[in-house]
Design a protein around this ligand. Structure first.
Ligand SMILES: NC(=O)c1ccc[n+]([C@@H]2O[C@H](COP(=O)([O-])OP(=O)(O)OC[C@H]3O[C@@H](n4cnc5c(N)ncnc54)[C@H](OP(=O)(O)O)[C@@H]3O)[C@@H](O)[C@H]2O)c1
Length: 333
């Protein structure tokens, strides 16, 4: 495993991280979840990402159980706050009240007294930014979080948070967690240049486009049994955006390119996001340990310029690059 700095902070994280959205507490049984975390640890992954909202809060409980007994200093635990975790008017968003309550609940479920990174899961258009940043800074002073970050914020929103933190003497954001993969490159024009200048690292999600970039969804055929494409608990809805015949046909053209490079398609996809030096880690998901074993082998791979060009030619206009596609819900849910 290779390690990278989380933005300009002193924290080192594994360049391949493991995340448990849609899987733990939902699509996969607990023994498979525990086996995936064990496989990740065996493969040298030290960085784990979850969120209060995943599987209606069950995902944090499963991850806490999977990491119980592992020395706390030997791994980095990331979680998030923003999406609704209950029916109440304050069970959501980035108000001081919800941040404090949600962080306590996350720590309880995860079985720890601190998380290494606490992230705003989206931008909250209903809470003054200074209220959110002061609450985050208080969590840092209390030792409940060691670093703070955001997820899917626009460049202008990240810039505003950095300048407010500087003005008020708060610790700065060290990371952003955007979607980034071969098919979804919307951070490249605005978010990445700003973050490179400001020392904010990207911890990118869905690097394999939820499994689509493995090539296991051939065009014109039903999704393979047991895949996210068949997961009626939420996965099938989430992945459906990628399952058009045009995208799937183009993805199939990556297969010979991966083969020539001596990589599986999943490894090619993960290695591709790691070529971007502003990326601190690629957060992969997995529903079974063999996938973890496959994906971690992308660590440390360099893709040559000819291969990068051939990939772009194969994918053509199925690649989304519009920076306006970085969005948080407005109004807030
Ligand atoms: N901040 C945010 O808003 C946000 C949003 C989404 C995700 N995330 C984070 O990013 C993490 C990863 O997201 P993701 O799960 O969408 O990532 P992904 O790595 O693109 O997709 C993971 C899924 O692809 C399939 N897969 C993975 N490796 C495979 C392999 N080698 N061969 C065949 N199939 C393979 C598995 O699904 P099946 O086996 O079921 O097909 C697996 O669950 C999440 O867990 C979460 O921590 C954050």
């Amino acid at each position: 495993m290779n390690f990278r700095r989380l933005g300009r902070s002193g924290l080192r994280i594994s360049e391949i991280a493991y995340g448990n959205w849609l899987t733990h507490g939902s699509q996969v049984e607990e023994d498979a979840a525990l086996a995936c975390v064990a496989a990740a640890l065996d493969a040298g992954i030290t960085t784990f990402d979850t969120a209060d909202v995943y599987a209606g809060t069950r995902a944090e409980t499963v991850l806490g159980k999977a990491l119980a007994g592992v020395p706390r200093d030997s791994y980095e635990l990331f979680t998030k706050v923003y999406w609704p975790t209950g029916e109440g008017a304050n069970d959501r968003g980035l108000s001081r009240k919800h941040i404090m309550a949600s962080c306590e609940a996350s720590l309880r479920r995860l079985g720890t007294d601190h998380v290494d990174l606490y992230q705003a899961h989206r931008y909250d258009y209903e809470t003054p930014l200074v209220e959110t940043l002061r609450a985050f800074d208080d969590l840092l002073r209390q030792g409940k979080a060691l670093y703070i970050g955001v997820s899917e914020w626009k460049a202008s929103e990240i810039a505003e948070a950095l300048s407010l933190a500087d003005e008020l003497g708060f610790d700065r954001l060290v990371s952003n967690q955007p979607q980034y993969n071969l098919l979804w490159r919307v951070i490249e024009d605005e978010v990445v240049p700003l973050c490179e200048r400001e020392g904010v690292g990207q911890i990118v999600f869905s690097p394999i486009a939820q499994g689509v970039l493995t090539g296991k969804y051939p065009p014109g055929q039903p999704p393979p049994a047991g895949s996210r494409g068949t997961d009626t608990k939420g996965g099938a809805d989430m992945i459906s955006r990628w399952l058009s015949d045009d995208v799937l046909t183009r993805v199939q053209q990556l297969s010979p390119l991966a083969e020539q490079a001596g990589l599986s398609m999943a490894q090619l996809a993960v290695a591709w996001v790691l070529q971007n030096s502003n990326v601190s880690a690629a957060i992969v998901g997995a529903s079974r340990p063999e996938q973890v074993h496959d994906n971690v082998q992308a660590a440390g791979i360099t893709l040559d310029a000819d291969l990068l060009t051939a990939i772009d030619e194969a994918l053509g206009d199925s690649v989304e690059r519009d920076p306006a596609k970085t969005q948080s819900p407005n109004p807030r849910p």
